[in-house]
Design a protein around this ligand. Sequence first.
Ligand SMILES: [Mn+2]
Length: 367
Amino acid sequence: MLVNASDISCLRQWIADAKRIAVVGHTHPDGDALGSTVGLALYLQAQGKEVTCLYPDCIAANLRFILPEGLPVHIHDAQKRSAESAVEKADLIFLVDANTFKRTEGLEPVLKASPARKVLIDHHLNPDTDSFGLVFSTPEISSASELMYWMLKAMEEGVVPPIVASRPLPEGPSLLSGRGWPEIGGTTPSPIGTALLTGMTTDTNNFANSVFPSTLQMASELLASGVDRDAILQQVYQSYRENRVRLMGYMQSENLTLLPGGGAYMILTKAIQHRFDLKEGESEGLVNVPLTIGEVRLSVLLKEDEGHFRVSVRSKKGTSAQQLAQRYFHGGGHENAAGGKLFIGEDIPSPEKAADYVEQALKDFLQ
Ligand SMILES: [Mn+2]
């Protein structure tokens, strides 16, 4: 689905009408959730809007650099009252990098109850279009950060970027001129560009998947504008603690189960998390590792949480991670990268039964 030029004009008007804006990301925000929301928030701030970024829960240490100083951020888990009051005061709400308010966990009721105008900007399958006045949903793109890049460019420059339906856009006032972004050859990288390039980089697993011609064009334009990709890579991929590397080794050596038919799974129990002193975001990337084995086409990682397991699913082309997540784990996402939950008490009687459940699910699904 292409972004529609008249929707861009409508969005521009809604932003012009708004005073206080809430920009909301999903639970356990990843690099794309943070990059796309921060990129949008900085753009709105530059237009004189009062902007707050909201996330349901804590942000991984290696991703905190994406949040710039001077941008109000509320984490609902830790700052329930201020986060909900920011939603109540907002006259315009954005949900970015998630297809439904359900993915905002505890923030969902106050978001649904708000009478504000609501905009969805996302790249997952099956968007909840009923809850939003404006929907920008494009699954054929690398990331929400890339979608945001082309939308901001369309709003700013009145040009027709590669993902926008080819109808001329009305000219608008340009914030980009004089800011060094995203003009080719500029020398001052914009924090907006840095946030968006970071989000695209993490969602493509550093250009390993979901890379489209438009993705490389975005990267090219941002590099030309002076965004420091080396600094981004160092922050995201080379700032972990020692315990993470040891955990990755342990899980691959002692915990990985391969099934006939191309299934693989690992279960990160609370005991293992405790043993390695695991913090939010420190198992990021682990689910991708089994796919490096020739026979494996579907990899599942279960991470024990309160009352449920968080489930990550990755697949090779031709096998649908999204279908597995939807059928067996109350989830969904993208064709080859999806997620969900396995509820203790509802789906399985006790945490010890998780292995049986995931084995059966993989066997059924892959036969
Ligand atoms: Mn994303």
